[in-house]
Each structure stands twice: as C-alpha cells, then as structure tokens.
Design a protein around this ligand. Structure first.
Ligand SMILES: NC(=O)c1ccc[n+]([C@@H]2O[C@H](COP(=O)([O-])OP(=O)(O)OC[C@H]3O[C@@H](n4cnc5c(N)ncnc54)[C@H](OP(=O)(O)O)[C@@H]3O)[C@@H](O)[C@H]2O)c1
Length: 258
C-alpha cells in the first residue's frame, strides 16, 4: 500500500527507541514529510530519519499554533511512558487544532510468579519504603530523580546511570555505576549478588533494554520497588511501530494531507 500524493506531514514526539524506529520507517515512504521532536535533554542526540526539531514548544497553545503553521496532518506521541506532561499537552493541542493523534507506547512490565514487587505511585513513597526496610539498594532511575533518596543515611546505594548526576545529591553512602543498557540477565545476577543488593528501585518503563534486572531479581528473590506509570490522556494507543505505521497510512488515505 503506498502513501498517495500530496504528502502528509507527520510530527513524532520522540525521545524513545520507538520514536526513532517510526521515523525511520515513515521517512522511507514516498511523499511523506516526517518531523521528529526532541525535548533537548540530551546534549548530542542521535539524529532521527527525516527532519528534527529540538526543544519545548512552550505549552499546548504554542504547540497547536506550531502544528497549524507547519501544516501537520498527524501526530504520534511516542514519548517515554513517564513523559506525561508532553502527552497531556499533545492531547490538548491536537484537539484544539483538530489533528489526529496516536499514542505509541510500549506495554508496561507486569509482575509474574516469583516476583517480589511493591508498586508505588511516586518517588516519595518509594523512598519511604526503602528507608523502612532496605540496606543495600540499586537505584536504576533517571539521574534527576535521585534526590528523594539522598536523606536515607543508613542505606547504601548503588546508583546506575547513563550520565553522571549533576549535581550529585548529598548521599551519605553511594557508589556511582555509569552504564548503558541493554544488560543481560547473567550480568544483572552477578551485579546483584556481587554487591549484596536486597532492593531494586526502578520505574515501569517497559521494553526489553532494561528488563533483565527484573528477571535477575526474580531469580534471587530480591525485592523490586516499582514506580507505576503516571496517568495519561485516554487516546487511541498502539504498542508497536508497525501498528503506528498502519495508522499513519490510514490517516494519509482518509485525506488529511498537505
Ligand atoms: N521521563 C523519562 O523517564 C524519560 C526517559 C527516556 C526518555 N525520555 C524522553 O525525554 C523527553 C523529556 O522527558 P520529560 O519526562 O522531561 O517530559 P515531560 O515531563 O512530559 O515534558 C516536560 C516538557 O518538556 C517538553 N517536551 C517533552 N518531550 C518533548 C518532545 N518530544 N519534544 C519537544 N518538547 C518536549 C515539553 O515542553 P513544552 O511544554 O515547552 O512544549 C514538556 O512540557 C521526552 O521526549 C521523553 O520521550 C524521558
């Protein structure tokens, strides 16, 4: 099935593996204008296929104005499951500008037999549980999300992060481990066992790049304090890049074109 002329202009709100993959798939389609948008949190982000714009839009009204000006015909919110503000902004802007919007979101991880998960709504609750019972904790979360744990002086932390926290919150006992996934289950078992980790704190990002720690925790009986995903607008949602691609083709055929 080919995308008919004239072209459809598509905005992908990205910053995720799925966003990059969708841009690559759509940029190959004839007559398709593909613009990816990144928040600008990473210093030297990989350039997605097609066009790239970087930085916030300035809220939902400004985003709606940008969509009209750029004559965007479809928006795919492929932002990370925890980037919820952008999701709400996109929903408001697309409703205001009458532009079809799709949410592309990898499914959340689910606990299975043998898992010792405690699901929490925010980092304050996670820190409270850590403070009450944990001794040696693997913090596998964003480098800007560490502060709620820094006051727990009696707990030892192993902080795993892609980039160093800047500034580093004032932990009494913390070691920094700079590493980028994907990790294997064997590596994670070795890490947890080698360091005597009794608790992992992480967020329910989903996907396969960082889920080996959960399998390792299951195998070793290590507790996982899992932050639940924040609420997002109730949108048509797909879990795969292929399904998002199909949706764009349907929009193109329905006449929402430049
Ligand atoms: N949060 C995470 O754990 C995580 C993990 C991996 C990747 N990311 C990626 O990093 C980005 C920022 O995450 P966040 O949690 O800070 O998001 P957020 O809290 O939902 O968004 C905060 C603000 O950043 C701007 N923004 C966010 N995503 C944008 C995008 N794709 N293009 C242009 N502006 C964007 C928007 O500014 P304006 O209101 O000014 O438009 C938004 O209001 C997201 O694109 C996300 O996909 C986040």
């Amino acid at each position: 099935m080919s995308v008919p002329d004239p072209a459809l202009a598509v905005l992908i709100l990205g910053g995720t593996t799925e966003g990059y993959a969708l841009a690559a798939a759509l940029a190959d389609r004839p007559g398709m204008r593909v613009v990816s948008s990144l928040a600008g949190r990473t210093a030297n982000p990989r350039h997605p296929a097609g066009e790239l714009r970087v930085g916030g839009f300035g809220g939902p009204d400004a985003l709606a104005e940008w969509l009209r000006r750029e004559r965007i015909g479809a928006v795919i919110d492929a932002t990370h499951p925890f980037a919820s503000r952008m999701g709400w902004n996109a929903a408001a802007a697309c409703a205001a500008a009458a532009i079809p919007l799709l949410r592309l979101e990898r499914p959340a991880w689910q606990p299975g037999p043998g898992d010792r998960w405690q699901e929490v709504p925010d980092w304050a609750e996670a820190a409270s549980r850590v403070g009450a019972t944990a001794r040696h904790v693997l913090l596998a979360l964003g480098r800007q999300e560490l502060a709620p744990f820094a006051g727990l002086d009696h707990v030892r932390f192993l902080i795993r992060s892609v980039d160093p926290p800047d500034p580093m919150p004032p932990f009494a006992q913390a070691e920094l481990l700079l590493a980028r996934g994907p990790f294997t289950e064997a590596d994670e078992v070795a890490l947890l066992q080698g360091r005597g980790i009794d608790t992992i704190v992480c967020k329910n990002s989903g996907g396969t790049a960082t889920d080996a720690k959960l399998a390792a925790a299951r195998r070793l009986g290590v507790r996982v304090i899992m932050r639940q995903r924040p609420p997002r607008p109730d949108l048509h949602t797909v879990a795969t890049v292929a399904a998002a691609f199909e949706w764009v083709e349907e929009v193109a055929e329905s006449g929402k074109r430049l």
